[in-house]
Design a protein around this ligand. Sequence first.
Ligand code: CP
Length: 315
Amino acid sequence: MKLFSSVHDVPDLNALVTEALACKQNPFAAQHLGKNKTLGLVFLNPSLRTRMSTQKAALNLGMNVMILNMDKEGWALELQDGATMNGSTVEHIREAAAVLGQYCDIIGIRSFPGLKNREEDYSEAVFNKFVKYCGVPVVSLESATRHPLQSLADLVTITELKTVARPKVVLTWAPHVKALPQAVPNSFAEWMCKADVDFTIAHPAGYELNESFTPGAAITHNQDEALQGADFIYVKNWSAYEPYGRVLPGNEDWMLTNGRLAVTHKAKVMHCLPVRRNVELADDILDGPASVVILEAANRVWAAQAVLKEMLSTI
Ligand code: CP
């Protein structure tokens, strides 16, 4: 694997989940693979889980790790081809990516969307330019439209905890105080549509995701109906795709509380974190037995380790 940017880069989903669970059982079994290899983690946006879990995964594989918080510590990046750089940008992504590729055997990059220009965000301009110019294998640490390491960890968590062969998984929209990207729900939907699960998406009218990410999913505006018989509930806010990046008024009653779980099949509640308590999810869920958010975050290590292991075996 030379690129991990979406579920479409994964030739065998079950094999990758099995590999992640094998890494969890025996974290240091492949330390030889990463010897004298360097992972560069480049962040254009904040992170807690992605940064620490991917670093830990690489260390488990014997790799060296270098981290650059490019938004704070790097030069201001120019992205436009043909730009006359007489303004605030100092370094073009062509040189920045190519130079980082000289120092690293694998690079991870995080690049959030601006949520202003849908065509630009959905073209993945920053991520794709970085891939094009760095010249080494690239792992997405969350791009404008997807968060594949999170989605793999989510599928690992569901695989570990499921009590029926084909669980019902519900992705439900949740309220938030600001406009958030569609990357996590897009990505989760894309992975669930390929996994062996019964998948439903519930959101208020106006929060339809781009349908290319949701092939075959059941989609409803009725949260209570969606929750009936659910084995897993994935809670996440996202801003509208149309009008792009907007938060629509109302819908505060979409926050999940313990009372709403009564109709489920003893559902486990998931969230990628960070979570706004008592806005997106009530304390009574986060602090109760239904929540699996910490296990989900822990599984980020094994997801990243499985992906890095695949990449190391090809370089
Ligand atoms: N879930 C997730 O990606 O967390 P961070 O933004 O803290 O990395």
